[in-house]
Design a protein around this ligand. Structure first.
Ligand SMILES: Cc1cc2nc3c(=O)[nH]c(=O)nc-3n(C[C@H](O)[C@H](O)[C@H](O)COP(=O)(O)OP(=O)(O)OC[C@H]3O[C@@H](n4cnc5c(N)ncnc54)[C@H](O)[C@@H]3O)c2cc1C
Length: 237
């Protein structure tokens, strides 16, 4: 059957039309009216000041005139959380039109397994070797059994949309996700735990793995916006 177990996510930037100049360009229409993008690059220092001001005072709309498209392959339990972020565009592979591949998530040995503290602010700690073995064995056995039931139903002529009902949320699915910087900053503020943020969030580790790669791309594409975001407590404008 060739079942694959992975402990990571795939995140690739497939297309981007996003730069700090886009922010400045959009904001300056307020004060100087229409102008060209070349004018924006002419005075970088003023651009830093303007972007910082927009971020600090939460003038959010100038951060919307750009877009970043990612290809993401992640377990379905990550997608359930990801798709709560409505200010994004999604196209996901269909398990009605094609057979899902037998690729499942299993936590790596480094992934903390035990929680403590109160809801909304759980702390996570490493599991014992016995817990680690139990998690790995239980996930692998149940995914293998579920996928074999899936194949058995398909082979018996059952429709894909019915056969998939047996599959667990650890199975991987892929989608294109397009966001603008404002929506992405909202995503990053909620889906990464960064000490020193104005509002520290406590996300599930696996969606945070997606967020980390998003943030690396964002920082490269829009360095001034990214550093203003950090400087002002990682609060989405
Ligand atoms: C740590 C954590 C725990 C969570 N726990 C739960 C949980 O237990 N149960 C649960 O159901 N969800 C939970 N969520 C999901 C959370 O409530 C949000 O649905 C999710 O984070 C998406 O955030 P968002 O609405 O800001 O994003 P987006 O949908 O991308 O929206 C971005 C912004 O647009 C505005 N906006 C979008 N839609 C509307 C609207 N309809 N009305 C008004 N303004 C709008 C808001 O300003 C919003 O912040 C959790 C999230 C996190 C990070």
């Amino acid at each position: 059957m060739g079942i694959e177990f992975r402990s990571d996510v795939t995140v690739e930037l497939v297309r981007a039309n996003a730069s700090d100049a886009d922010v400045v360009f959009a904001a300056r229409v307020s004060t100087v009216g229409e102008q060209s993008l070349e004018d924006v690059d002419a005075d970088p220092q003023r651009s830093v000041g303007l972007i910082n001001y927009l971020m600090r005072d939460r003038h959010g709309s100038p951060f919307e005139h750009n877009s970043m498209t990612f290809f993401v392959k992640a377990p379905i339990f990550v997608w359930r959380e990801h798709m709560r972020h409505r200010i994004a565009s999604y196209n996901e592979e269909s398990a009605r039109y094609r057979e899902l591949l037998p690729v499942f998530y299993v936590p790596s040995h480094e992934r903390p397994l035990v929680q403590s503290g109160k809801p909304g602010a759980y702390e996570f700690h490493p599991g014992t070797p016995a817990q680690s073995e139990l998690v790995e064995r239980t996930i692998q056995e149940s995914c293998t059994a579920a996928y074999s039931g899936y194949l058995e139903m398909l082979e018996a002529g059952v429709a894909r949309e019915v056969a998939r009902m047996v599959l667990p949320v650890t199975i991987y699915s892929s989608a294109y996700v397009t966001m603008n910087a404002r929506a992405l900053m909202n995503f990053l503020s909620l889906r990464r735990k960064v000490e020193g943020s104005y509002f520290v969030s406590y996300p599930q580790r696996e969606i945070e793995m997606v967020a980390e790669v998003y943030e690396d791309h964002f920082a490269q594409l829009m360095p001034l916006t990214h550093s203003a975001f950090n400087e002002h407590g990682r609060v989405a404008p």
